[in-house]
Design a protein around this ligand. Sequence first.
Ligand code: EPU
Length: 330
Amino acid sequence: MSVSLQARNTLGLPCQAQRLYEVHTLTELQEALGRCKGPTLLLSGGSNVVLPERWEGTVLVPALRGIRAREEADAVWIDAAAGEPWADLVRWTLDQGWAGLENLSDIPGWVGAAPLQNIGAYGVELADVLVEVQTIDRRDGRLRRWSRQDCAFAYRDSVFKSGEPDTQVVLGLTLCLPRRSALRLDYGDIRSELERMQVESIDARAVAQAVSRLRARKLPDPAKLGNVGSFFKNPQISLAQAQALEQQEPGLVSYPSPQGRKLAAAWLIDRCGLRGQGNGKVACHQDQALVLVNLGGATAADVLSWARHVQDCVRQRFAVDLEIEPRIYG
Ligand code: EPU
């Protein structure tokens, strides 16, 4: 007996696993953890993973559902379970008239995976609104609560990804949306998109719509063209290295970062002439070079060999290393 994970990963890669447990309650999850044999792969929405053709072990899918909100005078507190689709949660909060998550509209994947890479877009990260992560520790079954500080959030990183990988199963998150939070309009093209939309008054729903329109123009729909969003992180380099590169490469796109400057990896890849290029199975997306797309029939090996080619080209031209963003299983 084996089970296919092809429909459970947004790259659409073929993967056969020995067994899969999809659990909907804490009790089911505790029972399943007791039954897991061999290596256990934790899978939620499958929107940030590269899966191997065979997984010799168990796949555990924590699909707990439920959203609860508590309204206070100056903030709304939200508890969301791991198996809720993130984009549905964002839409639901906006429908209730609560601002705070609009810049994070339309991000694929589930709530449970959101803290792993500290999902972020258009100038906002999960870390900006997160209060607590609830987990079960796979080593001893203990229920644990992680404050924002405990999570050690950084750019596309957290304690769950780098510090203690694979030890925690996320059960849910608590978010806090202050009622007086200002709209975040400064990132990239948000203002120009709002102008194009000619909205009468700019509110959270208008920002969400602008983000949706921007995303729809650049990012391929995984239902039509398999992908995991950005395949590489935007590299962070020192100020001195950035200044030297700017001399050499006029037009280089970079932003301030704690380490010095953060470079737009999409621009670097594009500049190497790789936008729209590929190896027959996998390509850099025509409208966003940072997104690798499955042209049909690709396996993990095809994805990784094209990713290596992209890394080699960028290293040769700019002496910059591109770090892969999704989790690679092998
Ligand atoms: N650019 C190019 N060529 C391209 C695409 C973009 O030169 O093919 C240039 C753009 O003109 C722009 C710059 O590169 O000046 C950055 O592009 P973009 O605004 O599209 O953002 P990004 O840095 O490529 C990041 C996140 C995305 C997030 C957007 C918007 C990472 C790894 N990616 O992309 O997140 O949606 O900003 O905030 O940080 C994801 O993580 O999966 C993801 C999609």
